[in-house]
Each structure stands twice: as structure tokens, then as C-alpha cells.
Design a protein around this ligand. Structure first.
Ligand SMILES: *[C@@H]1O[C@H](CO)[C@@H](O)[C@H](O)[C@H]1NC(C)=O
Ligand SMILES: *[C@@H]1O[C@H](CO)[C@@H](O)[C@H](O)[C@H]1NC(C)=O
Ligand SMILES: *[C@@H]1O[C@H](CO)[C@@H](O)[C@H](O)[C@H]1NC(C)=O
Ligand SMILES: *[C@@H]1O[C@H](CO)[C@@H](O)[C@H](O)[C@H]1NC(C)=O
Length: 535
């Protein structure tokens, strides 16, 4: 085995030399635009060129950094795989130099055609390298992409192994805990999913928040997500009793309850000023099962009946988001709203994509992966894939999310092109956008990590703009928004229309003042200032 590997190594070194010579001759003779310098050139934010590192595929190790620079370590560099050269030869994406005055300072990714070509290139040849570790990694790369008879389990292990090499992540514990968060009590991991402790690269966690009247969305969402969910439920005062009943109903009685038991971890939070009379201990709370002949506590209920509404409390949306997020055990997380259903198969395809570590993933900037969001009318089924979505869009039965409420908050860069592009087998980056220009108020929903800034807990759902300040932080930290091509979210059927709500409008005005006068100056100190960024 060892001698065979040695032999392979020698062979690959020979191939390397040949490839190097080939490139050199191209540089000298053809005077082409091949850059062999360091691949991560500091880029002017307004003149971003596509750096598609065909010549030098460096590996990036991310470290969670509190400041705006994500530290990048370059592992031993790999030589180009022959098939990359074949593509880059005449398919090199055009370098787009955008004018400083152009509002939208996005830049082009490889054309769709070239992306598709990359996908179709079978990786027949092991990428070769100089150092032992890299060879090991390369053999792994070859193994998954060529070996047809590979079992799913091995492939999953392999993806995890590759992700471990690329990113730094730590497994977390999974213990119930009573913690304080400002004025609030948090029952973290109060009712836990059966999956037990998770390895950080095993899967992705869907992070969300709600009160119990929204729990009818949980199973439809889980049927599509089919992976761990961490949900924080706001349950002040007498809302706690029906909240616990609703959880029991979902775990014991509802069709699809096995998904709830398998994947869903519930956290509860409430203000100390609105204590429930009694809080069951986490290990006793499920002792008494739900009577499944009774309807669920969330059938036919309106928010007017909530303790929270009767006491005129605001919904502390970002405390819910942060609470559910901090409890999640996976490296990658999707912080979403429970009424937004992802397309099935997303988790696995996303992890595969990250493990492939294609060129966009190797870019130096911190990055998140937004999902375009859509609404469908109340008579339509939620589309299961992009092809079905496109059918509905064509018939006018689906529209981009909040098109009629706040188009610029949820509009996605290149959305027309996105909607027009056909579905492909794999998941890839469709376009890299920034939160500037037309998209300066964008509140994207994305797959990110625990390194991303938290949500400001002074903001409420009623006051609106609850993700705005986090968006500013991302912009100031120079995040890239790497939009996924075949992934999307669909709101629970029914298209929203703009309703007049004077009370909420007043609160929103107050919130805007809070953001402008207090939060924004704080964020400028913490995250810095960057041209084009705004709250
Ligand atoms: C492919 O992976 C399997 C299982 O991980 C391993 O036993 C085998 O040696 C690998 N193949 C090559 C060519 O390294
Ligand atoms: C469950 O609820 C049904 C309907 O109200 C009732 O008839 C039944 O007695 C209840 N079962 C138990 C065990 O409480
Ligand atoms: C829902 O509530 C309304 C009024 O409270 C009642 O008339 C209706 O029958 C209820 N529907 C169901 C399915 O329970
Ligand atoms: C997209 O798919 C449709 C239907 O399968 C096909 O007719 C069309 O040519 C495809 N478009 C592109 C750009 O591949």
C-alpha cells in the first residue's frame, strides 16, 4: 500500500512538473493573463475582479474572528488539475471592471455555461500535491467523485473529513440549561430532539423562533428540511401551558411527529416580569402525554388570544433568533422564519458544495449563502424544486417574497437571471452580491455560521427592520453574499398584501430612531465604517 502510494506520489510529481512547464510556456509564449502570484490579492471593494483561482487552488482555513478580517491561512498550495486548465484555456471568465459610480458593485461569477462545464468535467485525475497531507486529501477528493459504487454513508463521512480539513469547528454539548439573557429567562435545550449530540459538520441546523400559534408550520417545514431544527418559543405568563401542550401534540399526535421527535429541539424564553406560575423541570415536562383525541392547541387560534397580546408585550424576535442560534451544534446554520420552507435536499447538496471547495468558496472575504424567497398563492402547493417553482412563476401563481410589501428588503441581486436559469443537478454559487446600491437595505436569509454577527435584541418584530442592523454589520465586515443557484425558500401559501397598521407604523418610526441614534453609532464603533454600507 505504502509503495503504491509512493509510486502514485512520484507519478503525480512528474505530472505536476509537466503541467508547470506547460503553464510557464503559456505565460512566456502566449503572454496570456495567467497570474501565478499570490492568489488572494487585496481587492478594492469597488473594483472587484473575479478571482477564479484556476492556476492555484489554495485551501482556506477560517477562524472565527471578531474584527472585520477573516483570517486566512493558506495551506500548502496545490497544482492545477489538468481538467481545470482545459476549461480555463478558452473559457476563462471575463474580467469585469466595474465603474466606481455604478451603484451595484457586484461582479460577475463564471458564466452559467462555464459553471455547468465544470460540473460536467469528471474528476478522473487525482489532483496531485507536494505535501503528504494534501495528497491524502486529494485521494479523498478523487474517491467520492469517481467511485460509483460508494455507499452513501462513506460519502457522508468523506464530506465531513474534507470539511474538517477546510474549516475549524468544534462540537458543542447538548445539555438543558436555565440561563439569563438581560431581563429574560431562557430554558435552553428544554425539550431536546432524539438525534443526540451532533458532530459540527454532520448536518446543518435550521434556526427559528415563534410563539405557539405558529407551530402549524413546523411539520411542513421539517418534511422539506429533514434535518435538525433549533427553535426558541416565546412563552410569557399563561402562554407557557399551551406552548408545552403544543410541543407535546407535535411530538405525540401530529402526522409527521417522528420528524419532530427526531430533529426538533425546543427552547423557551420569557421576561422575568411575566413569569409563568409554574415551570415544569425539563426531565418531567413530557411525563404526561397529550390526549391525541383533542385538537392541537394551535388549531383555530389567533394571536389576539395570547397572553403576550393581552398584556401588550412586544415580540422579542431577535432574542429568539440568538437563543436558538447559540444552542445549535452545527457549524453551518440557516437562521430563518418558521413560515419559510426550504426546498428538499438542500442540506446534503450544500455540504457537498462546500466540501468541493470550488473557486467562490475559496475567496478571502467572509461569506454567507442567501436563498431567494418566494410566495405562492393560497391555492398552490409549495414547489419542491426550482423547476416546479419556475412553472408557478410563469403562471403568476408565485412571486418574489414581499414584492408587494417591501421589494428592496428581500430583492436578491440578479433575481431575474436566477429565475430564468434552469435547474441543475448540483448546488453552486449563482452570483456573488454585496449589500450596497439598490440592495443597501437587503435583509437576506442565508446559510451562515456562528461567526456571523448576532441580531440586536433591542429590536422587536412589531418595530420592523429587525434584521437591518445585522445586515449593516455584514456589509461593514465586507461580507460576500454568495447566492445559491438551486436553493430557495417558499413562504407558507398565501400572498401577503400591504395592510395599514397605524400602531405598528408608529412603533416602526420609533425603532428607526433607536437604530439611527443609538444602534448605528454603536455598530460603527464595533464593526467600522465602509463606503456604501447603511442600516
Ligand atoms: C477510497 O476510499 C476507501 C474508503 O475510504 C479506501 O479504502 C480506498 O483506499 C480509497 N481509494 C483510494 C484509491 O485511495
Ligand atoms: C381524551 O379526550 C377525549 C375527547 O375530549 C375524551 O373523550 C377522553 O376521555 C380523553 N382521554 C383521556 C385519557 O383523558
Ligand atoms: C374556529 O373558531 C370559530 C369561532 O371561535 C368557530 O366558529 C369554528 O367552528 C372553529 N373552527 C374549528 C375548526 O374548530
Ligand atoms: C431550460 O430548460 C428548458 C426545458 O427543459 C429548455 O427548453 C431550455 O432550452 C433550457 N434553457 C437553457 C438555457 O438551457
Amino acid at each position: 500500500m505504502i509503495t503504491r502510494r509512493n509510486w502514485l506520489l512520484r507519478c503525480s510529481i512528474l505530472i505536476n512538473i509537466a503541467v508547470l512547464l506547460y503553464i510557464c510556456s503559456h505565460v512566456i509564449i502566449g503572454n496570456s493573463n495567467v497570474s501565478i502570484g499570490p492568489s488572494f490579492v487585496m481587492q478594492d471593494e469597488y473594483n472587484v475582479k473575479p478571482q477564479i483561482h484556476q492556476q492555484q487552488q489554495a485551501q482556506i482555513v477560517y477562524q472565527e474572528a471578531a474584527n472585520d478580517a477573516v483570517q486566512v491561512n493558506l495551506l500548502p498550495q496545490k497544482e492545477p488539475a489538468p481538467q481545470w486548465n482545459a476549461i480555463s484555456g478558452d473559457q476563462q471568465p471575463e474580467q469585469v471592471h466595474e465603474n466606481e459610480n455604478i451603484e451595484d458593485t457586484r461582479f460577475e461569477m463564471p458564466t452559467e455555461q462555464s459553471v455547468i462545464q465544470q460540473q460536467q468535467q469528471p474528476q478522473q485525475q487525482p489532483k496531485s500535491g507536494g505535501a503528504g497531507d494534501v495528497v491524502y486529501q486529494d485521494v479523498n477528493l478523487m474517491n467520492t467523485s469517481t467511485n460509483e459504487g460508494f455507499t452513501m454513508q462513506n460519502e457522508e463521512k468523506d464530506i465531513e473529513t474534507r470539511l474538517k480539513l477546510l474549516y475549524d469547528c468544534h462540537n458543542k454539548d447538548y445539555l438543558p440549561e436555565t440561563i439569563q439573557r438581560g431581563d429574560f429567562w431562557v430554558l435552553k435545550n428544554y425539550i431536546r430532539a432524539d438525534h443526540g449530540e451532533l458532530r459540527c459538520f454532520e448536518t446543518i441546523t435550521y434556526i427559528t423562533h415563534a410563539d405557539y400559534t405558529f407551530l402549524d408550520n413546523l411539520i411542513p417545514m421539517l418534511e422539506r428540511w429533514n434535518a435538525p431544527v433549533s427553535i426558541a418559543l416565546h412563552a410569557p405568563g399563561t402562554d407557557l401551558v399551551p406552548t408545552i401542550k403544543a410541543i407535546k401534540y407535535l411530538r405525540d399526535c401530529a402526522p409527521g411527529s417522528q420528524l419532530v421527535r427526531q430533529f426538533t429541539t425546543f427552547h423557551i424564553y420569557f421576561s422575568g416580569k411575566h413569569m409563568p406560575k409554574f415551570v415544569p423541570k425539563y426531565d418531567k415536562v413530557l411525563d404526561q402525554p397529550y390526549n391525541c383525541s383533542l385538537p392541537s392547541p394551535f388549531t383555530n387560534i389567533s394571536s389576539a388570544q395570547l397572553y403576550k397580546t393581552q398584556k401588550k408585550l412586544l415580540y422579542p424576535i431577535n432574542m429568539g433568533r440568538n437563543t436558538a442560534r447559540d444552542a445549535a451544534m452545527t457549524h453551518f446554520i440557516l437562521v430563518s422564519d418558521i413560515e419559510l420552507y426550504p426546498n428538499p435536499g438542500l442540506v446534503r447538496k450544500f455540504l457537498e458544495m462546500v466540501a468541493r471547495n470550488d473557486a467562490p468558496l475559496q475567496r478571502k472575504n467572509p461569506k454567507v449563502f442567501p436563498l431567494p424567497i418566494f410566495e405562492v398563492d393560497s391555492t398552490s402547493q409549495v414547489p419542491r424544486d426550482k423547476t416546479e417553482l419556475q412553472e408557478l412563476l410563469k403562471k403568476g401563481k408565485a412571486i418574489p417574497f414581499h414584492k408587494r410589501v417591501c421589494a428592496s428588503c428581500h430583492g436578491v441581486p440578479k433575481s431575474k437571471e436566477w429565475m430564468a436559469a434552469n435547474e441543475t443537478e448540483e448546488l453552486n454559487i449563482f452570483h456573488i452580491g454585496k449589500r450596497v446600491g439598490y440592495f443597501v437595505h437587503w435583509e437576506p436569509i442565508y446559510i451562515g455560521t456562528h461567526a456571523d454577527p448576532h441580531y440586536d435584541e433591542r429590536l422587536s418584530w412589531e418595530g420592523k427592520s429587525d434584521k437591518m442592523t445585522q445586515g449593516y454589520a455584514l456589509c461593514a465586515l465586507d461580507y460576500e453574499f454568495q447566492i445559491l443557484d438551486n436553493a430557495f425558500l417558499v413562504h407558507k401559501p398565501g400572498i401577503k398584501v400591504l395592510k395599514k397598521d397605524t400602531k405598528r407604523a408608529m412603533l416602526a418610526a420609533k425603532t428607526n430612531q433607536l437604530i439611527k441614534k443609538i444602534i448605528y453609532p454603536e455598530l460603527q464603533v464595533l464593526y467600522g465604517v465602509r463606503k456604501g454600507c447603511s442600516v
